[in-house]
Design a protein around this ligand. Structure first.
Ligand code: 13P
Ligand code: SF4
Length: 304
C-alpha cells in the first residue's frame, strides 16, 4: 500500500541521512514524503541549508543540478533520470556565447530553467518568483534575457526603464494555453479569479488577476477571500489546491496543461533512490560548478 511505502521511505531517509526535495508539480503522494515542497526559487534556497548529506530531487534535471552547484559536497540524486525540462534544453552554451558577442555590455540573465553548462556564461540567474525583483535590482540597464520569451516579456513590461533583448524559447506545457481557453473558462466561471504562471503567453497573462510562480499561485489562492479560481499552470497545482482548501473551488484553465517530464517521478522512484537501485547521481565538473554557481549565488543575494 502507498502508506507502507511512504513509511519505509521515511525510515530509509533517516537511516541514510537523506532528504527529499520536491517541486510543487509532484503528485500528492511524493509531496507527502518530501522534507520540503516549493517552487524553483525556494528549492534553490532550501538546497543550501538542508543538513542531510544526500539530497533526492523530485523535479527535473536543472533543479538537481542547481542543488549540486549549491552543495557540491553532498550527494545529489535526480529521482527519475529521464526527467528533463524541454525549455532548459532549448539553448546551447556555444550559440548563446555567440549571441552574447552581438550584444556587448548586456547582462545575460538566465532563467533557472537552463542547463548548468549554459549558466556558466550567465551573469545572473532568475526564477519565476524572483525575475522582476532581480532584473530591477541589477545595475545593468541592458539585459539579454534567456530562454523564456514569455517570462521575459512579463518582466520587460514591468521594468520599462530597462532595455531587454529576448530570445524565442519557452515552456511547451504553458505555451499550450491559448487566449480562447481563458475566455471560455471566464465565461463558464464568471466569479472566479484567474491565476497564471508567467511562462504563459502574454495574451493569456493579460486576462489574469494574479501572475506568479507555482508557490505564488498557491499562496495567493490560500490567502484570497475569493472562493473560485481558474488556475493557469501545471494541473497538479489544481489538485494540491483542491486538497488543501476543500471549501474553495479550483478549475483547470485547460485539460492539456500537463508537464509529462514532471509526471515521470513516482513514489517507487523515491524508494529506488534510497535503496541505491534507481535515480541518477548528478555529477558536474569543478569548473562548471565554479562558473555556473556565481549567477545563482547572485540571485540568492539579490533575492533576499
Ligand atoms: P516555478 O519557479 O514557479 O516553480 O516554475 C518552475 C517551472 O518549471 C514551471 O514550469
Ligand atoms: Fe519545463 Fe515547462 Fe515542465 Fe516547467 S512545466 S519543467 S518549464 S517543460
Amino acid at each position: 500500500m502507498i502508506k507502507d511505502l511512504q513509511l519505509e521511505i521515511e525510515r530509509l531517509k533517516r537511516e541514510n541521512d537523506a532528504c527529499v526535495l520536491a517541486h510543487s508539480y509532484m503528485s500528492e503522494d511524493v509531496c507527502e514524503v518530501a522534507d520540503f515542497v516549493g517552487d524553483s526559487y525556494a528549492l534553490a534556497v532550501k538546497a543550501k541549508s538542508a543538513p542531510q548529506s544526500h539530497v533526492i530531487m523530485c523535479g527535473v534535471r536543472f533543479m538537481a543540478e542547481t542543488v549540486k552547484m549549491l552543495s557540491p559536497q553532498k550527494k545529489v540524486t535526480l529521482a527519475h533520470p529521464l526527467a528533463g525540462c524541454p525549455m532548459a534544453e532549448q539553448m546551447d552554451r556555444d550559440v548563446i556565447a555567440e549571441v552574447k558577442k552581438m550584444y556587448p555590455g548586456y547582462a545575460v540573465v538566465a532563467y533557472i530553467n537552463t542547463t548548468a553548462s549554459l549558466k556558466t556564461i550567465a551573469d545572473y540567474c532568475v526564477t519565476s518568483s524572483s525575475a522582476v525583483k532581480i532584473c530591477r535590482a541589477i545595475p545593468e540597464k541592458d539585459i539579454l534575457f534567456i530562454p523564456d520569451i514569455n517570462l521575459g516579456t512579463f518582466v520587460k513590461d514591468r521594468i520599462p526603464e530597462k532595455n531587454f533583448k529576448l530570445l524565442s524559447g519557452g515552456c511547451p506545457t504553458h505555451a499550450r494555453i491559448e487566449e480562447r481557453d481563458v475566455l471560455l473558462a471566464k465565461k463558464l466561471h464568471p466569479q472566479a479569479l484567474v491565476l497564471v504562471h508567467p511562462e504563459c503567453r502574454p495574451e493569456v497573462v493579460s486576462h489574469a488577476d494574479y501572475v506568479g510562480s507555482t508557490s505564488g499561485i498557491m499562496e495567493y489562492a490560500a490567502s484570497s477571500p475569493a472562493e473560485e479560481f481558474i488556475i493557469g499552470t501545471e494541473n497538479s497545482i489544481v489538485q494540491h489546491l483542491k486538497f488543501a482548501h476543500p471549501a474553495k473551488r479550483f478549475y483547470e484553465l485547460s485539460k492539456d496543461i500537463v508537464c509529462h517530464n514532471m509526471k515521470l517521478t513516482t513514489l517507487p522512484d523515491v524508494y529506488a533512490c534510497l535503496t541505491g537501485t534507481g535515480g541518477e547521481e548528478i555529477v558536474l565538473g569543478e569548473d562548471v560548478i565554479r562558473q555556473a554557481v556565481r549567477c545563482i549565488e547572485r540571485m540568492i543575494a539579490l533575492g533576499g
